[in-house]
Design a protein around this ligand. Structure first.
Ligand SMILES: [Zn+2]
Length: 221
């Protein structure tokens, strides 16, 4: 038996049963092509949201945005691995992050029902960290899409509670930061519980100048 021919036949059969496309560019028969993998190379950027320092590993645009959307909206959880270095780079940008607890923003019950997994926790695990689930939602937050920064603040205000982190250094972790309203609320809740918040680390940041309809894939929390 020609083993390579057999392997090809098996690969062909699997491609037929489970058609796969590159999550970044749509190239066929590969989950993530070399070019798109390159586009996920960490390029940490920082911003301040009302004094909260936020580090992000990638810009939420082009290939990275499409790969993140596939992870979040298409159930392609294996993409957490190639995305993880960007989150790890954002976390490592905090000098004291080695001793900090990594606290993911809570995943809503509706998102959990829809996806079956928590994206920030998946990314923390894939980057070799341990998620400390210190935050919980105290009420349902409406869809943030289409809201202005001020509306998002009002929408998320007093929607989280933290526990078990008194006196601890923490870094808030989320997948994508847009206006930072969710991160600010997470930081507020953690500080109320006595934590020392170093800042927030996200996989990607939405560049302000590209937030146009249809340019960036819409994502849901
Ligand atoms: Zn590709």
């Amino acid at each position: 038996v020609d083993r390579s021919a057999l392997a090809r036949a098996v690969a062909d059969a699997l491609a037929f049963v489970l058609p796969v496309e590159c999550a970044g560019c749509g190239a066929s028969d590969i989950a993530l092509c070399g070019g798109c993998r390159q586009a996920l190379h960490p390029n940490p950027v920082q911003q301040r949201v009302d004094g909260l320092l936020v580090w992000s590993g990638l810009g939420f645009e082009h290939e990275p945005a499409r790969v993140i959307r596939a992870l979040k909206e298409e159930g392609r959880t294996a993409l957490a691995r190639p995305l993880a270095p960007a989150l790890a780079a954002a976390i490592a940008a905090f000098p004291a992050s080695g001793e900090a607890a990594l606290v993911p923003v809570p995943t809503s019950a509706a998102s959990m029902r829809r996806r079956g997994y928590r994206v920030p926790e998946l990314l923390i695990r894939a980057s070799g960290g341990r998620a400390v689930r210190a935050l919980r939602s105290t009420r349902v937050v409406g869809d943030q899409r289409g809201l202005s920064a001020a509306q998002r603040r009002a929408n998320t205000a007093d929607s989280m509670r933290a526990s078990g982190v008194g006196g601890r250094r923490v870094v808030v972790v989320d997948d994508v930061v847009t206006t930072g309203a969710t991160l600010l609320e997470a930081a507020r809740a953690l500080q109320s519980a006595g934590a020392e918040v170093l800042g927030a680390a996200t996989l990607a940041a939405t560049p302000k100048h590209i937030r146009r309809e249809g340019d960036t894939p819409a994502i849901r929390r």
